[in-house]
Design a protein around this ligand. Structure first.
Ligand code: ADP
Ligand code: MG
Length: 269
């Protein structure tokens, strides 16, 4: 049976439209085209409504892809978000300051954030939570440790890729450098970190976590001049969150130890 000319041209037009969408790499829209056209027919949607529905599908898919790409790029080591942080368990944290940081206004004026405190108090968790909020808000974020950053810059210098390496660390809207001071940085490590901080200075934000109190930086990073210059850049526009409360991890271990002890005692009695 031959197809009426009207229907045939509609079929061809459908194929062409699908082809246009694919050519423009609007693959999700191309895939949804048939479904949306059926829906438009049965629900008597206006042309505007149908087009809007079709492009909305593409926009949503693109947003999801970009979010996934930003998440992969960011290398956040844990899935933590601010909702996971128990403020009641950490009286050493200024909750108001953290909630203010979570609005991400600090990214707009390229302010830095310093989390200073002993191990286990939640410095990494808070920086990861802020990093996640920034990724979700559409920003490019990159998480690293001070030791990794130093090692990477050292390797890049040996391989003649110093400029590329510096450009890489200049790129993200938010750079998180975790665990400064946990491991002694080699001299070229401290200098590399300074150069990274310096080139981001007033342009984009850096979150730094450290167990070394600011007053002790000069002694902690080999070269006192480099340490002073780094602090100068970092603190010019910065929120400093000193966390001096109890270690959450130790507290948890303590609870576990108590539970085990209680179990042993109850079995013994
Ligand atoms: P730091 O970086 O200061 O050494 P972390 O951020 O790694 O500490 O925290 C240590 C562990 O304790 C992590 O598993 C973290 O999720 C948990 N933790 C720390 N503080 C809190 C808190 N206030 N609420 C919930 N979990 C916390
Ligand atoms: Mg940590």
């Amino acid at each position: 049976m031959s197809t009426p000319p009207m229907q045939m041209s509609e079929a061809r037009r459908f194929q062409q439209l699908k082809g246009h969408l694919s050519y423009l790499k609007l693959n999700d829209a191309a895939e949804a085209l048939n479904r949306v056209l059926d829906q438009a027919r049965t629900e008597r949607m206006s042309m505007t409504a149908a087009l809007e529905r079709l492009l909305e599908i593409e926009v949503e898919a693109t947003e999801a892809r970009r979010l996934a790409a930003r998440e992969r790029f960011a290398c956040l080591p844990e899935p933590w978000s601010l909702a996971d942080f128990d403020f009641a368990a950490q009286p050493g944290v200024d909750e108001k300051l953290i909630r203010d940081l979570a609005t991400l206004r600090f990214l707009d004026d390229a302010s830095n954030v310093l989390f200073v405190g002993p191990p286990g108090v939640g410095k990494t968790m808070l920086s990861v939570a802020l990093g996640r909020a920034a990724v979700e808000a559409g920003h490019r974020v990159y998480f690293t440790t001070a030791a990794d950053l130093a090692a990477r810059c050292h390797k890049a210098a040996l391989e003649g890729r110093w400029k590329t390496c510096m450009n890489f660390f200049a790129g993200p809207k938010l750079l998180i450098v975790d665990e400064l001071g946990y491991l002694p940085l080699p001299e070229d490590g401290a200098s590399a970190l300074f150069q990274v901080i310096n080139q981001r200075y007033l342009k984009s934000s850096t979150i730094l976590t450290t167990n070394v109190g600011i007053a002790d930086w000069a002694g902690a990073f080999g070269d006192a001049t480099v340490a002073a210059a780094m602090l100068d850049r970092l603190l010019h526009r910065a929120a400093v969150a000193g966390i001096d409360g109890p270690s959450y991890r130790l507290r948890n271990h303590q609870t576990k130890a108590d539970t085990i002890r209680a179990g042993v005692n109850s079995r013994a009695s």
